[in-house]
Design a binder for this molecule. Structure first.
Ligand SMILES: [Zn+2]
Length: 124
């Protein structure tokens, strides 16, 4: 489990660790080019943004409150510090967290099966 999570965090195939898991910023490749692991069948959905927002919020909000309590700076100081930090943290954490989520799902066998309907498919 830690190996799959670590490989996913680094953007590598959670199964073999040799090929890239992403084709683009967040698009997961359908299958590993080295070992054939069905990476595209791991539908992470909203989990990576949820974890990213939770982690970022637990860093930014306490920092903002501590700075306000200690120094009471003007609002523009808060804006200059916390808005860029929030953007950097969100963009920097989203991809590794998605990789780790895909690794976790692959390890736990939480993969989409072929008989599951596509979410965008029209209802019969
Ligand atoms: Zn692989």
């Amino acid at each position: 489990m830690p190996t799959a999570l670590g490989r996913g965090l680094l953007g590598r195939c959670p199964a073999c660790g040799h090929s890239h898991i992403f084709n683009g910023f967040l698009r997961v490749v359908p299958a590993c080019s080295n070992c054939g692991a069905p990476l595209g069948a791991a539908r992470a959905d909203d989990a990576p943004p949820y974890f990213t927002i939770a982690i970022t919020g637990h860093i930014v909000i306490p920092g903002m409150l501590v700075l306000e309590q200690m120094k009471s700076p003007p609002l523009w100081v808060h804006a200059v510090i916390w808005i860029p930090l929030t953007l950097v943290l969100c963009l920097g954490l989203l991809r590794p967290i998605k990789g780790a989520t895909v690794g976790l799902m692959l390890k736990l066998g939480m993969m989409k099966t072929e008989d599951e309907a596509e979410p965008d498919a029209p209802l019969p």
